[in-house]
Design a protein around this ligand. Sequence first.
Ligand code: FAD
Length: 391
Amino acid sequence: MNSSTGMDADVFAQFLDQLDRYVRERLVPAEPEVIANDGIPDTLRQEMAAMGLFGLTMPEEFGGAGMNVSQYIETIHTLSYAMPAYRSIISINIGMVCSALKNAGTPEQKAQWLPRLAAGEIAAFGLTEPGSGSDSAGLQTSAVRQGNGYVLNGTKRYITNAPYAQMGLIMARTAKDNLPKNAHVSAFLVPLDTPGVSRGKSDRKMGQSGSHIGDLIFDNVFVPGDALLGGEEGRGFATAMQSLDNGRLSVGAASTGYARRMLDTATRYAAERKAFGEPIANFQLIQAMLSDSYAEIYAAQCMMRDAIAKADAGTKILKEAAAFKMFASEMCGRVADRCVQIHGGAGYLAEYEAERFFRDARIYRIYEGTTQIMQLVIAKQMLREFAAGGV
Ligand SMILES: Cc1cc2nc3c(=O)[nH]c(=O)nc-3n(C[C@H](O)[C@H](O)[C@H](O)COP(=O)(O)OP(=O)(O)OC[C@H]3O[C@@H](n4cnc5c(N)ncnc54)[C@H](O)[C@@H]3O)c2cc1C
């Protein structure tokens, strides 16, 4: 992640204020409709595009808002007070694909793709495969040179937006031998209407209705040479990992934003629900669950603000981003669990929001690197620093 001044601070403060109101007055009330249709209505998607949400981090000359890392992550934190589908539809564009294009794209690739993505064309990020997830460097999708381009073969699994994405940033193996494992992987910008690309059905999943994942299948898909990100073979894995740093901050912010919503919902319920002749909020064991949740959300927000300030200053935040993602996603799971508990029997019913908060939160501990992988990333970095005499 690069240091950047980002949007003017006053303009950004106004934007965040406006977004907060939009989230509470428009996106939250529309949630039942998103759930009923398992999708975001077109009108809302258009409104989100008109607000610039698909182009938050894209440079202004390409139609984006030019946000720096902290502005982007604060935006995700605010947006994620509403159900996760809203973040899901924009975050691949801005967090993953735009970040990869900005970091590694050629000027022509930026000019070709960034304005389209900023305008709301939906992107997919294809790293995971049937045989490789945490061990992402073990991917098998191949890209073999042919004439002035490459032929792609392989299957990508659990890909967010796969059923309707218009383009994909696809990781594929361009070499096999005598190279470190990661240097086999290159990244390709692929229009998903290219002959030979097909999509699996939208997978049924535990939560996060309104967002969709599925397979992307590449069967002898020819892409021209200029589809290779940055025009350089063997850089794809490094690019993917760099984008994941950004993605981890985004998942941490999403977990923290959604936990705020859960706590507000639990507090409201505790104040209204009566047992033994008084509001359950009067019971100290209920208060303990509320205050533990408040303290943990506050801790996650502090971690977030520290990590993003460092990112804006140009500091490498591998360890901080992993620690924030790990803490915030686990915290969100605990807050969701307490929210169910505070609701008692109502917490188990689909009629109340607590039940879906609980299901929605579960994925945050898994994607963009599981908690176990975050532990490994943090420890590896700590030991690297120790070996370098930094402790
Ligand atoms: C809703 C959803 C959306 C997704 N979106 C995308 C997307 O857009 N693009 C994309 O590329 N991928 C996406 N994914 C895939 C996601 O990133 C992977 O599922 C995740 O990284 C875990 O990989 P895996 O499922 O193969 O699990 P595995 O790697 O098989 O892990 C299984 C278990 O083993 C543990 N484990 C693995 N290795 C180790 C180790 N070395 N030490 C200790 N424990 C270990 C894991 O922590 C986990 O508990 C998505 C997944 C879901 C469910």
